[in-house]
Design a binder for this molecule. Sequence first.
Ligand SMILES: [Zn+2]
Length: 296
Amino acid sequence: MFFFYAELIHVWLLSLHGWLTVTVKIMSIYLAALVVFSYLAWIKCIYYRHRRTMVKSLKHVLNSSSSRESNGSDFRALIVTAHPDDECMFFAPTIIRLVELNASVHLLCLSKGNYYNQGAQRQQELLNSCATLGIPASSITILDHKKLPDDPKAEWNISVVCSAIVQQIRAHSFNMVLTFDGRGVSGHANHIAIHKAVRHLAASGQVTDDCCFLSLVTVGLLRKYISFLELPISWLLPSCLCCIIGSQGYKQAKAAMLCHRSQLLWFRYLYITFSRYMFVNTFQMIPQGPKNLKIY
Ligand SMILES: [Zn+2]
């Protein structure tokens, strides 16, 4: 009799263990799904909040105290890049959002991208890409200066870059200039040279105070290639401007990337799929004033 009850308890304990194992597995799956859905919902909330607050952020960047409603037409932005394709590889979220807000957006590309003697083709690709992003050909300036060759080993002449940017600012009264930061996103020497020039301009007082200078934040490798999943990190970390696009904007950015047919090697497709710069840009203000002046 005793053995019968012992066997019964043993069987019961085994079935309880099996039941608990299945329950724990189901709970783990539910918990993982809950975490994933919550994270995606958070991303969506950030995106909608950004859409509501971007004009306010831009006004804050420009230090505008005006309380009147603005639809974005008060913002006149100059994007300064080094090569055809920089505009969509790195700045697409910014350009798309500014164009959506009816801001005036111009592009100054400081080379034709002639490293492999494809300058003429790449120039046309740039025009097509900009048309896709919403920048008309009349708002694009492409330089072809012998002191600014498309070459990662070339040391760009900072004063030539400065004078090209100043000329644009004075001709179109831009109130914001957006370019690379000191790490140039990809580390390309031409990108970094533009940052040095803009930092010099901001410090030297060659342009009026109503023009601000913003640098695109370079992020580490892991953050760079986790696509839109990186968005909460960008949102939480301090920056003076954050530009985010959704699925429609992404399609536009991808179409612009595909305009650069001469550059479409296999790793470009990986970039289009995984780079967070296809979804989000964050900027830091470049400090103005003589105490930040460096002589080049
Ligand atoms: Zn570049």
